[in-house]
Design a protein around this ligand. Sequence first.
Ligand code: SF4
Ligand code: SF4
Length: 163
Amino acid sequence: MCPQKQIARDELLLKMRDLENTGLDCRDCQAPCCTFHYNSMRITEAEGQDLVKYLISINADLKEIKNKCRAVIDEYRLDKDFFMKPDARLRRHYTCPFFNNRELGCTIPAEHKPLGCLAFNPTDADKKGQTCKSLSYTDNSEGPKLEIPRVVLAVLEKVLGIL
Ligand code: SF4
Ligand code: SF4
């Protein structure tokens, strides 16, 4: 991971710890931010590569993850591009393939989660999942962003072609 990204991650982790100390954590929430209800997270290819490096480091079943990504892409038709304007691709909602459908259900640890995911936090302990928003952070990412399963699938196809 590049040094700027690591700095942004460390800053976000510190801010999250401060929030947690005031009761603003993700416990007791069904995480609509990871499902098609709210989730439209997009990442760069470099972020997808970081995620896949992490998955390889834990000996995850890459073929199974590839199949999950493909299933999510098909279910939400993420490979069909819709445009509001010629240069503005419509953001798409989908349930993340790394979400296991329970409280605190993201299977990617904070040290490896996409920064956009890490930045999204509750603002009101009594309204978790209703008033959450992104903390500000320096986004040094370069290149286009697409939905997590599209990017991860593309990286996995390259990696599995090599392995
Ligand atoms: S990577 Fe984790 S936090 Fe981000 S959308 Fe997927 S399940 Fe949610
Ligand atoms: S960020 Fe908000 S919606 Fe997502 S799990 Fe945490 S409290 Fe729930």
